[in-house]
Design a binder for this molecule. Sequence first.
Ligand code: IMP
Length: 427
Amino acid sequence: MRNTAIIGAQWGDEGKAKIVDILSRDADVIVRYQGGANAGHTVVKDGVKFIFHLVPTGALYPDKTCVIGNGVVLDPEQLLEEISCLEEKGIFLKDRLKISGNAHIVFPFHKLLDSAMETDSAAQKIGTTLRGIGPAYTDKMRRIGVRIYDLYHPDVLKERLETNLKYKNAIIREIFHKKEILLEEILSYCMKIASRIESMVCDTGNFLHQRIREGDSILFEGAQGTLLDIDFGTYPYLTSSNPTIGGLFSGTGVNPGQLDEIIGIAKAYQTRVGDGPFPTELIDETGDKLRQSGNEYGATTGRPRRCGWLDLAALRYAVKINGFTRIALTKIDVLDKFDTIYICTGYQISEEEGSISRYPEDSTRLAQCQPIYKELPGWEGTVRGATDYKEFPKNARRFIEKIENFIHCQISLISTGPDRTEIVRRY
Ligand code: IMP
C-alpha cells in the first residue's frame, strides 16, 4: 500500500473509521491531521465497539505507529482518558503514539466558550459538538494560542497565557457574565499534563518524512467532511478546520508529491448533525426510517442525525475539491429496506432562476435550493454482508453505476455492514 488519504465527502459521519480500519492493516503509520475530539470514529472489532475521538483508528493494530499532526487541536485530558480506556481493553499506545509539538492545545476555557456561544441567544447557534474546537482554532489564527511545545518553555507559556487570558476573561466577564479564568489554575493544569504526554511529543513532520523515505506506507485519517470545511463548506454552519485535502498538507508537513491515493468516503444516503442547509433532508417518515435503519445518532454527542437522500451534485463537488482517486461507499445495506430510492442530480432554485446541476458554493443560495431527484427502483433481497460485487442484486449494481457515471469517479470499496469483514472490493 502506498500513502493514502481518507477524506469525508459529505457532512462527516460517512463511516470513515471502518475504511481506515480496513486499510490500516497494510499501513505502517496512521495519522490524524485536523479537527480534534469533535470526531467520533467508530470501529466494531470482534463485536466490540470502539469510539476514537483523538487517537488515530489504527491504534487497534498493535504493530502500527499513530501520529497526531500539527493541524489537530488537542484536548490533553480527552487524549489521556482515551489512552487509558484503550489500555483497559488491552491496547497499549504510549510507545507508539507521536504527538506534534506544534499542535495547539484545547483548554477547558475553550470548551466553556464553545458552550457559552451555543447557548447565548444573541450569538449564532451552529450546533457544535461543544469540544472547544472553534475557540481553539480562533486562538491559533489570532496567534494567541498555546502549542504543546510551549508546555516545556515555562516563560513562554506564562506570557502566552497571560495575553490569551487578558482577552478571554474580558469576553467571559463582559459578554457571558461568567467567572474569570485564573492564570494560576491554567498553569497548574499545564504542569499536570506536560509530564504525562512529554514522551510522546516530537517533530511529527520530520518523523513522517523519514518514514516515507524508508518506504513505509502512511494512511492519513481525515475527520469531519468536505461540506464542513471552513473554506468549502456551508459557512458558517461548519467546523473550524480544513477536512478537505489541503488540510492534510498544512496539518502534517507532508507535501503533495508524497501522496499516492485520495479516497473519498461517502454514505449511500446523506446525514448531517448540527444546523445548516441540507437540500435533500427528509423531515418525514422516510427520514425517520433512514435514521432508525442506519442507527444515525452522533458518536460524540449522541444527537439524532438529520437524514436525507444521497446528493450527487454535492458529491461531485467533493470529488472536484479533493481530487478523489476513488470512492468508498458505505452503509448501502441501509437502503435494502427501501422500495424506491432517490438520488439528487441538481437543484431548482426559483421559478425565475430555473435549475442548476452544479452544487452552489454560496451556502445562502444552497439553503434556497430544492432537490431535483432521479427515481430508482430498490432491490429485491439484500446486500448486507456481501463481500463480492457479483452477490449484489441487479438494481443495487445499477445504483452504484449511476453514482459513478454522475460523479466521474470509481467506487472501489463498498461497505455492506458494520463489521470489518463486510466489504466489497471492486478494483
Ligand atoms: P465543531 O466542530 O464542534 O465546532 O462543530 C461544528 C459543526 O460541525 C457542527 O455542525 C457539528 O455537528 C459538526 N461536526 C463536527 N465534528 C463532526 C463529526 O465528526 N461528524 C459530523 N459532524 C461534525
